[in-house]
Design a protein around this ligand. Sequence first.
Ligand code: ACO
Length: 278
Amino acid sequence: MTTTGNGDDCVAFNIEDGIAWVRFNRPDKRNSMSPKLNRRMDAVLDALEFHDDVGLLVLSGEGSAWSAGMDLKEYFRETEAGGLGAVRQAQREAYGWWRRLRWFQKPTIACVNGWCFGGGYGPLYACDLAIAAEEAMFGLSEINWGILPGGGATKVVSDLIPMRDAMYHALTGEPVDGRKAAEWRLVNEAVPRDRLEARVREIAAVLLAKNPIALKATKDAIRRVREMTYDNAEDYLVRAQEAANFHDAQGRHEGLRQFIDEKSYKPGLAAYDRARSI
Ligand code: ACO
């Protein structure tokens, strides 16, 4: 295991069996996102994205929270005191690492261990998959302190949750637990807290067995085609596959060979053996 980061770091991470475990690490502030944390997270993503030992990234939180959203003191009050330029800078830093995570080279899983509020919906949505503890709590608490759900949070619930539920969630500020979040499709599934990491490892193992270039092309395609017409999507997907072929000329030929010539696996049921790629 490679371990990096230290106890004082507001972002902790370690690499284990191909998985980069990245954790919000301000448990005493319920992992709320301060400007410092946002800058640090950007640097950590930078260090991990093309790291040879990393095939997948998991975003989790230390302590009882995943992330209690933006740090109301450091991100809002103190930044606003610095004027419009400071506000815009803080927004760029936060939105910047969420955007980066949305288009991260490796697959990403949000491992939602606890509280997830407001601005936390940005990185939640940025992760390709999201698995929550049944005990985790999700809330658009903005309305409770007098603002609208900005920073993409409104867009996140509008994209993921049925309209009536999104409206109720945003207007009432009532939190929901992991089970309800899964029912709404805000997350893929919810499992008991003591099963959370094990379930994330199971899913990670499935993804780590796949062709990594195909994974990146696929995750980008799922996000991109949502806003395209059918014809535009058809065209984009042809070009995306051809671009993927440039970075991985042999992978799909080997996948075909093991099925058609060798008959050693069935693509309908599992992935080809990448270890035997020629
Ligand atoms: N911003 C700044 N500080 C925070 C935040 C936050 N979002 N969330 C928690 N903290 C701090 C508290 O001020 C407290 O600090 P202190 O020990 O210096 O007094 C510490 O974290 C612990 O917080 P508690 O409230 O004591 O923790 P508890 O476990 O009882 O409750 C809960 C957790 C429910 C998450 C509560 O802290 C809370 O409601 N936090 C705010 C959630 C929120 O509304 N986030 C903003 C969403 S809007 C947006 O992101 C744009």
